[in-house]
Unconditional design. Structure first.
Length: 250
């Protein structure tokens, strides 16, 4: 039985997130059904994480086991013929049996896209958050820098019973100018809605409703009600998932 790693991109607009649900379309369901039609048997697909409804990805990683002999350089092309056009398998790789897309991951990187202008965008509106007021990017960058390091991010999660809320953020910064602004954050793991809560808080800093130093206070208090709102899902994209070398032994 082979263990196959897939790198996947998708527009999450039409889906109720990654995880299979009984009564709603999901990314996992669409992929599992498409893969099964190609390899000739049912599969269980394990994702690196469960992106929420409306969240996008260009670097989601998943794995499944199969007894199919289709080479990986052909397999991802075949799968793409059997899945919706707003999902694409970018590549497929044979990996060791012990590889698991979620539990083998070392870090993830997300990007959040913001459009700043008085008029709402028509093009690209499904993958960015519109803010009609100008933002103080310098203040937002100052606030973002304070997120870097090992901290308790309890103030930046929603509706979760996770026992350990400590994570290590290795990167948190803004790039862009004018109408387009991008927040990129990398960490060894993320709590539920952590990135979107960060963005909602940083936008309040950009609007002058908070000071950058508020980030440190929020990290210390751990109270979600003291942080900013959860930014909309549509601006969020999973960019990549990092692993140790997982080349299959031959």
């Amino acid at each position: 039985m082979r263990n196959v790693k897939l790198t996947v991109e998708y527009d999450g607009t039409a889906y109720h997130g990654w995880q299979r649900q009984a009564d709603a379309p999901t990314i996992q369901q669409a992929l599992e059904e498409g893969i099964a039609s190609i390899v000739g048997h049912e599969v269980t697909l394990y994702g690196s994480g469960r992106t929420d409804a409306g969240v996008h990805a260009i670097g989601q990683v998943a794995n499944f086991h199969t007894n199919s002999a289709i080479p990986t350089d052909r397999l991802h092309h075949a799968i793409n013929t059997a899945i919706p056009r707003d999902i694409a398998v970018v590549r497929a790789d044979d990996v060791p049996d012990g590889f698991h897309a979620r539990y083998s991951a070392r870090s993830k990187t997300y990007r959040y896209s913001i459009c700043c202008r008085p008029v709402r965008p028509a093009v690209g509106a499904r993958d960015m958050h519109w803010v009609r007021s100008q933002l103080d990017v310098g203040a937002m960058q100052d606030g973002a820098a304070r997120l870097v390091g090992e901290h308790d991010f309890a103030a930046f999660q929603t509706a979760s019973d996770v026992a350990n809320t400590v994570r290590t953020v290795s990167r948190a910064d803004f790039v862009g100018a004018g109408e387009s602004l991008y927040f990129t954050v990398s960490a060894n793991g993320f709590l539920y809605n952590m990135v979107r809560a960060m963005v909602g808080t940083l936008i309040e800093i950009g609007l002058g409703k908070r000071e950058p130093a508020d980030i440190e206070r929020l990290l210390a208090c751990g109270d979600r009600t003291q942080a900013g709102p959860t930014a909309p899902a549509r601006g969020l994209c999973l960019m990549r998932v990092e692993y140790e070398d997982v080349t299959r032994d031959t």
